[in-house]
Design a protein around this ligand. Structure first.
Ligand SMILES: Cc1cc2nc3c(=O)[nH]c(=O)nc-3n(C[C@H](O)[C@H](O)[C@H](O)COP(=O)(O)OP(=O)(O)OC[C@H]3O[C@@H](n4cnc5c(N)ncnc54)[C@H](O)[C@@H]3O)c2cc1C
Length: 586
């Protein structure tokens, strides 16, 4: 077996301070904030109300030892005694699959080799600017979450006899160089579906073909056969596997409910891939490299000083699943609480870990099945799967529609006169619109990197329908800020919300007065994020009139009474979202 006692080449020595520290076309008055690991914690359980005086609450709420203990127990349940039969070295190129549990690329690399080299490339392009409007492509909060995720992945790999090599630079430069240095026959990685990621895959594959590895025949002076490392891409982002769909992704139904019914009737969710407890031996490497800090990535360092502080990494993800499903027993009420906006427990909060791949959707499926068997099955337990099917749907849509997901007219090439008014956009972005519900949500986003699904729909509708602003500006700002940013879910939801999505029946308007009355009747949420409203009577907090800043635009459909409300009840959310809706045409 090859045993390279390597000090890694120059690649790993550089800590890039990206010179192109994002030059936004707009200055951000709120700043892009970021956080430290395990900052001050004020824990709030479901029974505790989240008051305006609360500062931060960590998700999950366990302390680091408890997080590790729960994660280890779960990982043990998903470990196997598989045998490997491969030769030589295989590389695992970690991308948005920062986990051990149910990681097929990691498993295949292990089976096919005698030594696995796990690598993560900190790609400078991820820290450039967004495509159209030049916002920071990754805000400091997501960068911090990523760094925590990498630290945790490394820890979990070390426990299994491996390590994680973190290299700063482009994958298409780093991976061929490592393949050459270690004589790796294959690079295994999770398949992506959007243009930027596909381009990197193409480049990696191309440059691997330029690497000549010595062949056994060469060693014995026989005729030479070309021997290049191969890139093997493994599907792993969705709950349903793309190969199991009852149709080709290119002929995916354009209506979500048709998709859902079809996969529910005709597909099985595959079981999780179990990973051996011992994955070693690791390749002999002298220095596995430090993780970069947020500042080294050219981003400002800030603490989350209010709202939810998410802990990055698979261990925290598994602990959150344990906390939400088993410890707090919240799965059984999910459908009734999921439209909330305040606190950690109205919804699962799984999305940041799903987006970074620290959490497997197939694992969630198995946990829901286990919960239904051991505790109870009801519409709430099903509804988490229903939402995960939305996530799958947007992923498969990106395969069908490609780049049109990012274009102004969306998949349907809708022509519409959008405004790019800088002042209006900035007031939305910074939470200064004069509408407490919008301002509170936007402040939560920039402070924590998270916003509820309800909030996202409301601020999206306000930006595109009431302000008439180019939806891509909103989508790119979300791309900057969201911890759970995922191109498919983000641009998929924005195209839906702005009426350019693939489903022509979608045309949704969210009335702010109605939304405020239904989802924040006592103004608790707005008073939490806008403490100046806290002294007002509860029913006035969302309607403070001249006691708050001036409204920057009138609402398209006026007040509650005049407004023909589009979204009638909590139940109507999904009715507005899928086939159940008749479509809300203005
Ligand atoms: C304008 C807009 C932009 C969005 N951008 C993103 C994004 O970049 N990344 C992202 O993960 N989600 C995005 N969403 C979807 C949704 O808002 C979040 O997934 C959800 O709020 C995350 O919180 P949760 O994990 O507590 O969700 P829960 O309500 O607990 O749902 C469980 C899981 O189901 C999935 N899910 C739920 N709703 C949706 C949905 N509408 N679309 C896709 N998946 C869904 C998520 O993976 C979520 O973690 C966006 C929604 C809107 C309206």
């Amino acid at each position: 077996m090859a045993n390279f006692a390597l000090t890694l080449p120059n690649l790993s020595r550089k800590i890039f301070i990206y010179p192109s520290k994002p030059t936004s076309v707009f200055t951000n008055s709120t700043g892009i904030l970021c956080s430290n690991r395990f900052p001050t914690m004020n824990f709030c359980s479901k029974s505790e109300s989240v008051s305006a005086s609360s500062s931060t609450y960590q998700v999950p709420q366990q302390d680091p030892n408890e997080i590790d203990r729960i994660a280890e127990q779960t990982l043990q349940r998903y470990s196997s005694k598989a045998k490997r039969n491969g030769k030589g070295t295989a590389i695992v190129w970690f991308r948005n699959d920062l986990r051990v549990l149910d990681n097929e690329a990691l498993y295949k690399a292990w089976v096919s080799s005698e030594t696995v080299l796990p690598v993560y490339c900190v790609d400078p392009r991820l820290f450039g600017t967004t495509y159209y409007f030049g916002f920071p492509k990754t805000g400091a909060l997501r960068a911090q979450f990523l760094i925590e995720s990498l630290a945790d992945l490394r820890k979990n790999l070390v426990k299994r006899g491996l390590n994680l090599l973190v290299q700063q630079g482009k994958p298409e430069e780093i991976l061929p160089s490592l393949a050459r240095a270690f004589g790796a026959h294959t690079v295994y990685a999770q398949k992506e579906t959007c243009a930027e990621e596909l381009n990197v895959e193409r480049l990696v594959s191309k440059h691997l073909q330029e690497v000549e590895l010595p062949t056994p025949s060469e060693k014995s002076n026989s005729p030479r056969i070309s021997n290049n490392p191969k890139l093997k891409l493994i599907w792993g982002t969705t709950m349903y596997h793309i190969d199991d769909l009852p149709f080709d992704a290119s002929s995916l139904p354009d209506v979500y409910t048709q998709f859902r019914k079809s996969v529910e009737a005709k597909c099985e969710v595959r079981g999780c891939i179990k990973i051996p407890t011992s994955l070693g031996p690791p390749p002999s490497i002298v220095d596995w490299e430090c993780l970069p800090s947020v500042e080294q990535l050219g981003l400002p360092l800030n603490n989350v000083n209010k709202g939810m502080k998410f802990v990055g990494g698979e261990s925290a993800a598994l602990s959150r699943v344990y906390e939400y499903f088993w410890k707090k027993n919240l799965l059984k009420v999910y459908k009734d609480t999921r439209n909330g906006m305040l606190g950690p427990d109205y919804s699962t909060k799984f999305s940041p870990w799903l987006a970074s791949g620290s959490l497997s959707p197939r694992f969630l499926h198995e946990e829901v099945m286990r919960y239904e068997k051991e505790r109870q099955a009801n519409s709430s337990t099903y509804w988490v799967l229903f939402e995960l099917i939305w996530r799958d749907y947007f992923r498969f849509l990106s395969v069908k529609y490609g780049n049109s997901l990012f274009h102004l007219g969306g998949p349907r090439k809708v022509e519409h006169a959008w405004s790019q008014d800088k002042n209006l956009f900035q007031s939305w972005r910074d939470g200064r619109t004069g509408y407490p519900l919008i301002d509170a949500n936007m402040k939560e986003l920039s402070t924590t990197g998270f916003m509820s699904n309800r909030g996202r729909q409301i601020v999206c509708s306000f930006l595109v329908r009431d302000m008439g602003i180019d939806w891509r500006m909103g989508a790119e700002w979300f791309e900057t800020c969201l911890l759970d940013y995922d191109p498919c879910s983000n641009y998929g939801n924005w195209t839906y919300g702005s009426g350019v999505g693939n489903d022509p029946r979608e045309d949704r308007y969210f009335s702010i007065p109605k939304q405020a009355q239904t989802y924040d009747p006592e103004g608790e949420y707005v008073a939490y994020w806008l403490p100046q409203l806290g002294a007002m009577p509860k029913d006035k907090r969302n309607f403070p009139g001249s006691l708050y800043i001036n409204q920057i635009v009138p609402l398209k459909f006026g007040t509650t009474n005049r407004n023909r409300t589009r979204d009638k009840s909590p139940v109507a959310r999904r009715a507005n979202y899928g086939r159940e809706a008749k479509g809300n045409r203005r």
